[in-house]
Write a protein that binds this ligand. Structure first.
Ligand code: NAI
Length: 349
């Protein structure tokens, strides 16, 4: 087998720790770069045949041109989402694989953690009691039991979230472009149209991918259809929500609270420490000023189990590519539209 040489972009210490440990079983050469993959940093891939990239790397047509010129044959995404890849530019030139699921539990549990914190205001209680303030005024929550949750997108993560919420005794309404009726029968989740979900849910949680159809799904018009004081949770992708519209609705109280693990412009801030500088993004700064908004920095996936699984599946994907095996986790622009006719080799092209 050809030597495998991986250029690993946007490396964090935890990436290196988990990949080095797992790579003991594969023995590939991995060069770790802190830099994100951009048209300027693509040059770092020289001498490698694989690029390993994450959610905020920019895999645009110019980047793909540069990677191809450097001899890159495979882009191994170490994430599930792939809205940052120009698949048309990559098709026929560089294969793209991903990690379709690493721990749906990690993300769904994080979504529910956001709900519980926002509802019972534990994020505020923490600061009060640390300051010896044992007053509970303003921390009033509601029983989730008997209330209605709306789950948008019932794939791997949405299903786990729906199950947890059913466990709380909530009514769960769901909307999905491809409903899973069997799942509905087994769990008592009810598929409804989006307007019904908006109208009836006390809590709405987003677990659909970012596509042309779901871009700014949550904006003025959809928010207007929701219950007053609705809680909105987004662990999907930032661009599912029009953030200025959300801010307006938070100001009027139409939206009662929001838990955001993702943000439209997150690539400029998330995963980095800005605690000694001033945030120049006024929209993010406004979001952070609300006591009823909890922002986390795209950490839904961040559990030990998920990191082990990400490292293992990524390195397996790379091994399968170089051993000319079927690429079960390959994705292309045709896969995205469910029109991909995989070759006999089990590859998209
Ligand atoms: P999945 O592919 O298993 O499920 C996505 C579901 O959304 C599918 O059932 C699909 O039919 C549905 N869907 C597609 N278009 C839709 C539309 N227009 N309206 C409603 N539903 C639609 O994906 P999975 O693993 O459940 O992940 C969901 C999303 O969560 C990912 O696309 C990614 O953006 C995000 N994610 C976030 C992470 C984090 O750390 N915060 C980590 C992993 C994923």
């Amino acid at each position: 087998m050809e030597d495998v040489r991986i250029s690993f972009f946007d490396t964090k210490p935890f990436d290196q720790e988990f990949f080095d440990r797992m790579n003991a079983q594969y023995d590939y050469t991995i060069k770790y770069f802190r830099s994100r993959l951009t048209p300027d940093s693509a040059v770092l891939s020289q001498g490698s045949n694989v690029v390993c990239a994450f959610v905020n790397d920019i895999i645009s047509a110019p980047v793909i041109d540069a990677l191809e010129a450097n001899g890159i044959r495979l882009i191994a995404l170490r994430c599930a989402g792939y809205n940052n890849v120009d698949f048309r530019a990559a098709f026929g030139r560089i294969h793209v694989v991903r990690v379709p699921a690493y721990s749906p539990y990690a993300v769904a549990e994080h979504a529910v953690a956001l709900m519980l914190s926002l509802n019972r205001k534990t994020h505020r209680a923490f600061y009060r009691t640390r300051d010896s303030n044992f007053n509970i005024n303003g921390l009033l929550g509601f029983d989730m039991f008997g209330k209605t949750a709306g789950v948008i997108g019932t794939g791997k993560i949405g299903k786990v979230a729906a199950n947890i919420l059913r466990g709380f005794g909530m009514e769960v309404l769901a909307y999905d472009a491809f409903p899973d009726e069997q799942f509905a029968i087994q769990t008592g989740v009810k598929y409804v149209d989006l307007d019904t979900l908006y109208r009836k849910s006390e809590i709405i949680t987003l677990h659909c991918p970012l596509t042309r159809d779901t871009y700014h799904l949550i904006e003025n018009k959809s928010i207007a259809k929701m219950k007053d004081g609705v809680m909105i949770i987004n662990t999907g992708r930032g661009q599912l929500i029009d953030t200025p519209d959300l801010i307006e609705a938070l100001k009027t109280g139409k939206v009662g609270s929001a838990g955001l693990d993702v943000y439209e412009e997150e690539s400029a801030y998330f995963f980095e420490d800005f605690s000694t500088t001033v945030i120049s993004d006024d929209v993010l700064a406004r979001l952070l000023s609300f006591h009823n908004v909890l922002v986390t920095s795209h950490q839904g996936f961040f559990t030990r189990e998920a990191l082990e699984s990400i490292a293992e599946v990524t390195l397996d994907n790379i091994r399968d590519f170089f051993q000319d095996k079927k690429l079960v986790n390959e994705i292309c622009y045709q896969c995205e539209r469910n029109t991909c006719h995989k070759q006999e080799s089990g590859r998209c092209f």
